[in-house]
Design a protein around this ligand. Structure first.
Ligand code: FA5
Length: 342
């Protein structure tokens, strides 16, 4: 029986050594050390032996059992480690490989400028109004005190549509639309696209304007100057040079145009400012009584100011862009230069 036990132990050891996965190990454990296993089977027959032999064989069986348990444990750990290493090897991630490049977009300089300007006016209490780009001549011209035969119509070369409507030449018709549906006090800005037959380094056939309108009792030209100064300083910084030049618009009286010192050349003269050192960025003035009459507001009771500024011009001066057409070509090399500006 002693030989039988030893042979069983050796047999199990060889199997453990040869085993190559956890399932095999588990099977060996059940087959040799389990309740109905081979070792237990031999031990069951111990009863037939003398007490001395029983003791001796009992001790031998325990030794073999402990030895096999240790070997099984050791092999299990070895196989688990090996399996883990194989798994890691198989799914290895090379962290030195370059990652996928995700191209991020950026805000267009015209849109960033439009948002910044709008936010400055909203912070001063103006709300945002909108109007259509396809507009009635009546709102774009007539009610703004520009009758059909008025030479001022030529100031803004117009695109006419077949249905008798036009592409709005400025955002000023939003003044009319607002005053027709809202009674003073009014404080609005109206950003949007406008269209004119116009094309050179500082003029584009489609461009953006922001209209401003403030109507209340006792509004003066001083209020207009103050608001525009706050706005220009917030966009260009306190050191910006500003000048008000007397001008003419049929819908404002008195009227002015505002120029700022050319930020591209610093005032010495360049292509953008056409050698003058100044660039015109907006038109403004006190709302003409004729406009108030056209929308049913009493000019004896209310006064107001209005302004209209060109966003592209402001973006050009802000980012030192020398040709307005660059803003609309969609050339990614140009657009990418403005990443992160907003
Ligand atoms: C007007 O359009 C008036 N509606 C502005 C106004 C509103 C005056 C309210 C008084 C009261 P003007 O045609 O000057 O005015 O245009 C205003 C601004 O738009 C200009 O100062 C200029 O900055 C910009 N602008 C004009 N034409 C173009 C163009 N073709 N491309 C880019 N910007 C332009």
């Amino acid at each position: 029986m002693k030989e039988e036990l030893k042979a069983l132990g050796e047999e199990a050891k060889k199997l453990i050594e040869k085993s190559s996965n956890i399932d095999e190990i588990n099977n060996i454990r059940v087959e040799y050390l389990g309740k109905k296993g081979k070792l237990k089977n031999i031990l069951r027959t111990l009863g037939k032996l003398s007490p001395e032999e029983r003791k001796e064989l009992g001790q031998l069986a325990n030794r073999i059992k402990e030895e096999l348990e240790d070997l099984l444990k050791e092999k299990t750990q070895f196989l688990k480690k090996k399996a883990l290493e194989e798994e890691l090897q198989k799914n290895r991630i090379d962290i030195t490989l370059p990652s996928h490049w995700i191209e991020t977009g950026s805000s267009h300089p015209v849109i960033s400028t439009l948002i910044d300007i709008s936010e400055t006016f909203v912070a001063m209490g103006f709300s945002i109004a909108e109007g259509p780009e396809i507009e009635k001549e009546e709102y774009n011209f007539d009610m703004l005190n520009i009758p059909k035969d008025h030479p001022a119509r030529d100031m803004q070369d117009t695109f006419f549509l077949n249905n008798g409507e036009i592409l709005r030449t400025h955002t000023s018709p939003v003044q009319i639309r607002t005053m027709l549906k809202q009674k003073p006090p009014i404080a609005i800005i109206a950003p949007g696209r406008v269209y004119r037959k116009d094309a050179d380094p500082t003029h584009s056939p489609m461009f953006h304007q922001i209209e401003g309108l403030l109507v209340d009792k006792d509004v003066t030209f001083r209020d207009l100057k103050g608001i525009l100064k706050i706005f220009l300083e917030s966009v260009f910084g306190k050191e910006i040079k500003i000048r008000f030049r007397p001008s003419y618009f049929p819908f404002t009286e008195p009227s002015a145009e505002v120029d700022i010192g050319c930020t591209v050349c610093g005032g010495s003269g360049c292509r953008v400012c056409k050698g003058t050192g100044w660039l015109e960025i907006l038109g403004c003035g006190m709302v003409d009584p004729e406009v108030f009459k056209a929308v049913g507001i009493d000019p004896e009771e209310y006064t107001g100011f209005a302004f209209g500024l060109g966003i592209e011009r402001i973006a050009m001066l802000r980012y030192r862009i020398t040709d307005i057409r660059l803003l609309f070509t969609g050339d990614m090399r140009f657009n990418h230069q403005f990443k992160g500006i907003r």
